[in-house]
Design a protein around this ligand. Sequence first.
Ligand code: RP5
Length: 161
Amino acid sequence: MVGIIMGSESDLPVMQAAADQLTSFGVPFEMTVVSAHRTPEKMLDYAHSAVQRGLKVIIAGAGGAAHLPGMVAAATSLPVIGVPVKSSNSIDGWDSVLSILQMPKGVPVATVALNGAANAGILATQILAHSDAALLAKLDAFKADMRAQVDRMAQNVARKS
Ligand code: RP5
């Protein structure tokens, strides 16, 4: 239901977190490498065939001059979540953040934090959950877990002070 694409295999250590998050919610996904600059035709084929292949959301990660998320968003009407990757060819990550974030009006990319692939997995699940009550319940449980973690941290801090 979710397509995870990245500009290079070198993005995998970051992008794996999106896959892990989807796995934890039981959301089916596919994951592959598609490069906007090195395989532009493959990128367009991927975007154009996404709906027929049953995808509902695309997560796209890339580093440096990161055109993959924006160009995929230009070629499909599915929601695209962009993950800026701090890659070896990145100056400091801002290049990737800004090239994914600053899309022109009409072609949005829901941009998460630098290397924030886990949030991309959560956001994709939230998009799918609006029409899936079981998935919404899993997200509610996930948020309850986070609340419990913070409660435990508060108790630890109170004990130490
Ligand atoms: C981008 O260039 C990729 O998304 C990756 O983040 C970066 C470096 O790619 P490699 O040189 O490691 O293939 O297109």
